[in-house]
Write a protein that binds this ligand. Sequence first.
Ligand code: NAP
Length: 280
Amino acid sequence: MRKNRVGLIGFPTEHSLSPVMHNAAFEALGMSDWLYDAMSIPPDILRYGVQEPKNHGYIGINVTVPHKEAMMELVRPDEIARAIGAVNTVDFRNNSGTNTDADGIVDDLRANGVPIANKRVLVLGAGGAARAVVYGLARERARVAIVNRTKIRAERLVADLKSAAGIDGIAVMTLDEAADWGMSLIINCTSVGLHPHVDQSPWIHGVPFPAGVTVYDTVYRPANTALMQQCIAHGGRAIGGLGMLARQGALSFEIWTGVAPPVDVMLGAAQAALENTGKV
Ligand code: NAP
């Protein structure tokens, strides 16, 4: 039995890359008394699914779909989690919850040399990922606009960020309006293009694709999405979302262990696992 245990709860969790990323990091750093495992917990027994690992001495857990919002009621959410409205990392030692997705995307944009401050950034989508991304961008002083299929959901996101974090000035647009907005960066936070629907793009047919922009696609299955291909065909630069995944995981790792995370090891392990499933 390993002494220091951490893990993931979600429903389901079979396809998660988190165990492989964290266990590779423990191995690379010689932390042989640490173990990360995945637990699939149905929503109706979430409370017990959280209590049991805690009772068994787990140090913390990651939280994924569909439990991130419900977790807000089961731990003490910090300022970041409250602004986003979702918890993805729990530390049982003080029963606190945070959300590392916002810093995960900002860190990855920085690592890829993509400027954000004072830049126009278009976010496609208004679900959980978009909430974290918009919050992270706004905190870095980007000028953010959101396009979402269901407009009212984008308007709710804007209103929630204003009331929870005092963030103002985020626009909601149609894709037609956005095409002429002059953004330098587009971040896809919709699930459009996700495996197995690899031929689909969130950029609606008939709306001209802006030339020369950077696209960051939070979707990482496949590695080269239809939207990324569209961007490159129009002279732009495209970045896939695996780096965001690795970096949000790295931030959780540091919270639990207090050790600087080996981000490249975590990213490499995630990449290798994806290649093994044949979905890159
Ligand atoms: P979610 O809360 O279910 O939101 C899904 C979003 O996609 C909504 O904005 C939804 O629009 C939009 N959408 C779905 N189908 C669509 C369609 N056919 N046409 C247009 N829009 C559509 O999901 P989420 O948690 O935000 O996750 C979204 C994606 O982000 C995931 O699939 C995942 O690939 C990616 N993600 C990546 C990371 C990472 O670390 N790289 C982390 C989290 C998520 P409506 O509001 O109109 O339904």
